[in-house]
Design a protein around this ligand. Structure first.
Ligand code: NAD
Length: 400
């Protein structure tokens, strides 16, 4: 092993590990990671993964299976870190064993099933393993997606002016037997929200990364429209920013309202509050004429233009449409999704820095567990709201 590489074990050979981790780990840009072991419950799948590394020109990993395989990884002093891509509820007990064995951990989202469990896991890590210089990151690819950083940067251009309002649509067609829904742990979920948690945390992480004033409170309604996607398959919400984000309206009073100003009893003018609306659903009907169906669309309307981000499975498109006469420049950028590739590289460099006694680059410090608890908190707040206002910070603080 050279100084700029870490050795890892990859745990999990399911749908997502195959579709996103495997290509990212064999990609030519992945120069810091050697996969020494592939672990699975399924020997055949692990052997298939190992073969794929070999045929891609990488060294062929060992195959480890079941609990004996976990012991093998725990006892392998060459393994610096584990990358865990398992059903999220099975991850924490394993993570604790790996921390105790001195392994750094990158674990798939969501961090846990609810805010309480997420905070408990963070406390355990903070009390026992962080002081031993172990790194734990949550693999939230939307936290690492370069085009989300770019959207955030564009929104901070003073020429664009403040955000007025936004809306986020995450609408999915999910027939009974869909490949994701057919996984045992999604088919009959024992955690709040079902797909609204599993898929919704990404959208919330995107808002957290992009909006200048992220959500502070929600008023929401959660439903189950189709029996095969319990416990909830749809959330509609009004999302409110912190009260400090509410400002006086922009511009000056109309030059035509001179007469009105002198009339008594005019209604009190409103303020400008950058609130948003959000729709999450896995209950979309199968409308062939309206393909593609699994789009996420975020529209952010600003004083002098409108930013639109479309996530169409493998592709991200960012567009900034300027208002006529403004100083805002039009932008249209398209990028393949890169979140997993970037998060693996950042994680590997953080482990390398820690091993060398160097500080971790703050520009690459994403997937922070506490941020991903916040993502879960927003979903939990929307599921619990039932039409009432729920404050996100208060919800988190009640479990601290
Ligand atoms: N970032 C994203 O966009 C994204 C997308 C999909 C899934 N994910 C995450 O990836 C993880 C895996 O999801 P998936 O869709 O690939 O699931 P999956 O069910 O296809 O794969 C999970 C793997 O875990 C194994 N497994 C099942 N039960 C197990 C148990 N009790 N103990 C150990 N292993 C077990 C399965 O054999 C399989 O190899 C989840 O945490 C999910 O939230 C993330």
């Amino acid at each position: 092993m050279t100084d700029n590489k870490i050795k890892i074990a990859l745990l999990g050979t399911g749908i997502y590990s195959e579709s996103d981790y495997l290509p990212s780990l064999v990609h030519e840009s992945q120069t810091h990671i050697v996969v020494k072991i592939v672990w699975s419950l399924d020997q055949t799948a692990a052997a298939r993964f190992a073969g794929h590394f070999k045929s891609s020109g990488r060294s062929e990993p060992q195959v480890a299976v079941g609990d004996a395989g976990i012991e093998q990884i725990l006892n392998d002093s060459e393994i610096d870190a584990v990358v865990i891509v398992l059903p999220f509820a099975f991850q924490p007990p394993l993570m604790k064993r790996f921390w105790a064995a001195g392994k750094h951990v990158l674990s798939e989202k969501p961090i846990e099933r609810d805010v309480k469990a997420g905070l408990e896991l963070i406390k355990e890590f903070g009390d026992h393993w962080k002081p031993k210089n172990l790194i734990w990151r949550v693999a939230e690819d939307y936290d690492h997606e370069p085009i989300h950083k770019r959207a955030a940067e564009l929104l901070r251009d003073p020429a664009l002016g403040p955000v007025l309002y936004w809306d986020l649509q995450n609408q999915n067609y999910c027939p009974d037997g869909d490949k994701w829904q057919a996984t045992s742990w999604r088919n009959v979920p024992d955690y709040q929200g079902g797909f609204c948690l599993d898929g919704g945390v990404h959208s919330v992480a995107m808002l957290r990364n992009i909006l200048p004033d992220p959500p502070a409170a929600v008023i929401a309604s959660a439903s189950l429209h189709r029996k095969h996607t319990p416990p909830h398959d749809t959330i509609l919400a009004l999302v409110l920013p912190d009260s400090a984000a509410t400002k006086e309206p922009s511009g000056s009073s109309s030059k035509l309202d001179i007469a009105r100003q002198h009339r008594p009893n005019l209604p009190q003018p409103g303020k400008s509050s950058p609130a948003g609306t959000l729709t999450f659903t896995w209950a979309l009907p199968n409308i062939e004429s309206q393909l593609p169906r699994d789009l996420q669309v975020l529209n952010i309307t600003c004083l002098n233009g409108k930013l639109t981000l479309v996530n169409d499975s493998g592709t991200r498109t960012l567009e900034l449409a300027p208002a006529a006469g403004s100083q805002v420049e039009a932008v249209k950028e398209t990028s393949p999704k890169k979140g997993v590739e970037v998060e693996l590289a950042y994680f590997a460099r953080a482990v390398l820095a820690t091993k060398a006694g160097r500080a971790i680059d703050p520009a690459e410090d994403y997937g922070k567990p506490i941020d991903t608890v916040w993502d879960v908190a927003v979903i939990q707040a929307m599921l619990q709201s039932n039409g009432n206002k729920v404050d996100i910070k208060q919800l988190i603080d009640q479990y601290r």
